[in-house]
Design a protein around this ligand. Sequence first.
Ligand SMILES: C[S@@+](CC[C@H](N)C(=O)[O-])C[C@H]1O[C@@H](n2cnc3c(N)ncnc32)[C@H](O)[C@@H]1O
Length: 283
Amino acid sequence: MQRVSEKRWFVCLLAIVGIIGASLFVVSLIQTPNNSFLCSLTNYSQNDNNPTSFQQLNTILHYATSSITPQQSFSEITVTLDVLKSLNRPCNFLIFGLGIDSLMWNSFNPRGTTLFLEEDPSWFQKVMKNAPQLNAHAVKYRTQLREADALLSSYRSEPFCSPARAAPLRSNERCKLALNNLPDEVYEKEWDLIMIDAPKGYFAEAPGRMAAIFSAAVMGRNRKGSGVTHVFLHDVDRKVEKVYAEEFLCRKNLVKGVGRLWHFEIPSKVNSTRHGDDDDRFC
Ligand SMILES: C[S@@+](CC[C@H](N)C(=O)[O-])C[C@H]1O[C@@H](n2cnc3c(N)ncnc32)[C@H](O)[C@@H]1O
């Protein structure tokens, strides 16, 4: 009798060991270098020297534990994210302004270049203290919001504000709308995406977004590489953003409008089939 129960116990043990062994075998088959199926059974990260994945984890942790959310809505942010997904490669992403959203944009473009330009020195310090991994520069603008109307009605009389002569921006002292004092990296790269959600444009002494909009149009038109420049402009419910977008980014290039965000695709003049009047007019 005791022998029979010992035998049963032994068979049960064998069955349990067999099930565990089979399970481990199946898991090892499912697991690939990119698919850490059971983190408790494997090293946590297959890319131990890849800081990108850790930065993304830190970004998730940041937003998961913060009660402050970006100013753009879910559907507005999705417009840009969809473009990044469709390009499906590391991109050059230039962003006017540091904000609550900066860590998010940075992590949306892993292995790409995401560069932020911020006008407010104390806000720059504050953001960079908490997120030193961001590639950001403090910049100065030559304009004020109160000049927006005058600049719009006079820019045509300055030859260096014409589409033909506005580039290169770096040496364009004459046209006040040309951003000529940005870090070298801005001029040395071709930007696939440009987000204009700054500088501040809600009081008379603020820089306003006139020069950012003008300069984004010039960068897009002068792109040498293939493809268009995606320009995203926020706060288009405001007069200056709307009027400057229509003047320099052009209705014909507007591909999407969601909430207070407009998305333009700026073709480069190199790939343009039209000649002549392209040099006189932005739109
Ligand atoms: C409209 S905000 C950009 C906001 C950003 N898109 C976001 O979601 O946080 C434009 C500018 O306002 C300023 N700014 C934004 N948030 C701020 C804050 N919490 N305190 C002080 N200045 C701020 C910065 O100069 C920034 O470049």
